[in-house]
Design a protein around this ligand. Sequence first.
Ligand code: OGA
Ligand code: MN
Length: 295
Amino acid sequence: MALTFRKLHPHFVGESSPVELRKAHDEETLAQIRAGMDEFAVLVFHDQAFSDAEQLAFGQRLDGRLHQGTGSRAFTKSRLDNEALSDISNLAANGEIMKADDRRRHYTLGNRLWHTDASFVNPPGRYSMLHARVVPPVPADTEFADMRAAYDALPADMKAQLEGLRAHHSVAYSRHVLGFEFSAEEQEKLKGAIHPLVRTIPRSLRRSLYLASHQSRIIDWPIPEGRLLLRDLMEHATQPEFVYRHAWRVGDLVIWDNRATMHRARPFDDAKYRRELRRVTTLDIEQPALAAAGS
Ligand code: OGA
Ligand code: MN
């Protein structure tokens, strides 16, 4: 059955017609979702009843190899038993709401900074697929910003200036900004990665700003000038005209292209309400559709 997508924002975000993704195995449906990602950069699927195993399997079917090296792995073991499944929740190992001074909570608050997933490793993250299991009765939304529209809106001289520039991405940097410190031993595991500041998305060939709060500096530039440029770009790219705010319903699966968007969590009373989502992120390596029929 052909999927259709309803655009939820002037620039991006498509809401899918009904489909049960855990049962979507046919290449035609997967190809329609990939084409939807090329066009909309964020896709919203309601009423998905994924188990962990089904969510992991769907992620691989759609986009290939999964990212396993989350930043939190440097200091804590996941509550979930698979490193490819990110625990996006405010719950401690015992299933209770985390204490305010829990180190993992402090780390997780970093999701409230604008970022792209796994930009501090190489290869970085490509598609992230976040599934809502428990949502609070109060708004606890996620915002997305379209980095293709933000790039397009830059003045020509700025586009020219950005050409060829690269930035260093480090999760230790973004966390340090919030007062979260990794030990020297933990930092050893978190060297960061260098990525271009402007990317061209294969297939759609749209150009995109590759930004994240993990960016600590521009390579080959002095630190203050590089940080100021990154701040200006961040300010530009997160203006309201580029931002969509997603209000979660239980069962929503939202897929975003980390090459084409940034996102951030919005605050809610996390000492009072449980919020539990699970994320699978693929690696930005060769697309499975091109890589072979082997999978
Ligand atoms: C993520 C993330 C934001 C949120 O899952 O990668 O940043 O609102 N989530 O939980
Ligand atoms: Mn994230």
